[in-house]
Design a protein around this ligand. Sequence first.
Ligand code: NDP
Length: 315
Amino acid sequence: MAEKLLYIGSGDVSRLLQYSQLLPVLERALANFSSEGGGGVEQPVRTTLPVPKHKGFLGVMPAYSAEDDALVTKLVSFYPASSPTTSTHHATVLLFDPSNGILKAVMDGTVITDKRTAAVSAIATKYLKQKDLDVLCILGAGPVAVSHYEIFTQMFPFKQVKVWSRTRQRVEKFAETVKGPVQICASVKEAVLDADVVITVTLATEPILFGEWVKPGAHVNAVGACRPNWRELDDELMKNAVLYVDSRAGVMSESGDVILSKAEVFAELGEVVKGTKPALCEKTTVFKSLGMAIEDTVAAKLVYDCWEIENKQKS
Ligand code: NDP
């Protein structure tokens, strides 16, 4: 270990990790990941360790990016029963010197998780829904819903944002947290019916979004349901939409929506970014996101590089 270990806390990560810099770095990482031969990305499918006594999980997510020369592991705990009093996920990122394996920095990983997840959904939407971006629907009102609101309202010209959560209390807190207008909906159906883009970002374990409600040609970012027996989307939607995923190996191991519906994966998002698979924008599309270690790796490297620049300027 380095003699003096650097710790970058959540406030600094939040300030240093700007979407304008994060988006191109993530696009490049997704394209590399989905390239023939792996594009210099080393990333095993994440290990998820159950903690049955406390109904929790601990995920270990290592990755190396040759292009960025970045070696990182994220440790993320996921305790669904904690909702809504405390956050359900807590993450820490370890950044190593890839030339000798020495740990260089430890940083908050929760902000990284929230921002990179929202940024990847925004990238999927940019490629898969290129026109008619009037109504955005967000199902769920936790921290990852907040980060989605922030980037989607910055990047796209939505005229209306409709939000639903199971409890009024949670959705009202969301509306207070985000800096911008929100229409609170009493049911999923009301929120979804006229939406051009739908984001599902809940802890649901059974389908809450039904294909019959989704407008033809809409795009869905499916962000929750990260266990092989959990669902957010019904079979009709999964089977009739064109299905894009972050990682084929990831969804076959962890996504209940994909595994249980037996829906066919059309492409990885990185293949679309790279141009080796088409974006079928005129069709109804679903992007199934589970989150990948390579996203955390390039985001953490960006935070570290920004921190170094800032500190060189100070000295
Ligand atoms: P939480 O995990 O705290 O989820 C909160 C939201 O889920 C609230 O709106 C809550 O509603 C709702 N909810 C809870 N239980 C249910 C249920 N049974 N049915 C429907 N809604 C329910 O918030 P986060 O923002 O931290 O995470 C949201 C999701 O995003 C999680 O599934 C998480 O695993 C996932 N995630 C995905 C990532 C990725 O890369 N794809 C990365 C990080 C997180 P209420 O409080 O009103 O009851």
